[in-house]
Design a binder for this molecule. Structure first.
Ligand code: MF3
Ligand code: CO
Ligand code: CO
Length: 237
């Protein structure tokens, strides 16, 4: 899990450094495929329930599951890149939202709040904590910052499979839900939006957008639960 997480983190970091206006989603996809192969890993999202890309590329009002293709990146956009790598049968899953050039104040805000919400969720993770503690921490910070949390997409257990039980809501009540145990691995990956958190699906059957065209941002880490906290398996180096 550590090695798989490191691969996903390194690939995501490489993409982040390569992003620039004029680049296409397809070019990001090609970079992820090449970089993953160089590291001896496999792109776990490719073909997952038929997903056609090696990576999710979700721009501006696309909240997640954007298919990399002919979209052309432009100055000021929010580009979220979600990388899931499989190495020796184990998975690492990580996502970050990048801004190209100077963000609008609104874009900067949702980006900042999404990262802080993920980190607030992560801060709850330790042996004996409960899933509701994570959700509550994320939702409380989001509300305080005037943002909304997407409810239809959550985090998940991860290991031999990309998606395993339990499902991890990014909302909820403290001291409720599944109790975390040392040795469990899970993701925390809240999507934050400036408007309505309901999402609508494009005709491609994958792309999930905000219904009002408002901006969305997402950050994700894969975590290993420990006695007094957690180890972030997808921390960039
Ligand atoms: N990496 C995504 C997650 O965080 C999964 C996307 S599934 C795909 O759970 F099929 F859209 F790639
Ligand atoms: Co995930
Ligand atoms: Co992911």
């Amino acid at each position: 899990m550590r090695a798989a997480g490191a691969v996903a983190a390194q690939t995501l970091q490489r993409v982040g450094r390569a992003l620039r206006p004029g680049m296409t989603g397809a070019a990001i996809d090609a970079l992820v495929r090449a970089d993953t192969a160089e590291r001896g890993a496999r792109c776990a999202q490719l073909g997952y329930h038929g997903f056609p890309g090696a990576v999710c590329v979700s721009i501006d009002d696309v909240a997640c599951h954007g298919i990399p293709g002919p979209q052309v990146l432009a100055e000021g956009q929010l580009v979220s890149v979600d990388v899931t790598s499989e190495l020796n049968g184990w998975h690492g899953d990580t996502c970050a939202t990048f801004v190209l050039g100077e963000p609008s104040p609104e874009a900067a805000h949702v980006l900042d709040v999404a990262r802080r919400c993920r980190d607030a969720g992560i801060a709850q993770v330790r042996h004996g904590a409960r899933l509701g503690d994570i959700g509550h921490a994320v939702e409380t910070l989001a509300q305080r910052e005037g943002c909304a949390v997407v409810r239809v997409v959550g985090g998940h257990g991860i290991g031999r499979k990309m998606h395993q039980a339990p499902h991890v809501d990014h909302f909820g009540a403290p001291n409720r839900g599944v109790r975390l145990r040392e040795g469990m691995a899970l993701t925390v990956e809240p999507i934050l939006v400036l408007g309505s958190p309901e999402l609508v699906e494009d005709d491609d059957g994958w792309t999930l957008r905000t219904p009002d065209g408002s901006l969305a941002a997402q950050f994700e880490h894969t975590l290993l639960v420990t006695r007094d906290g957690c180890e972030i398996l997808t921390r960039p180096t």
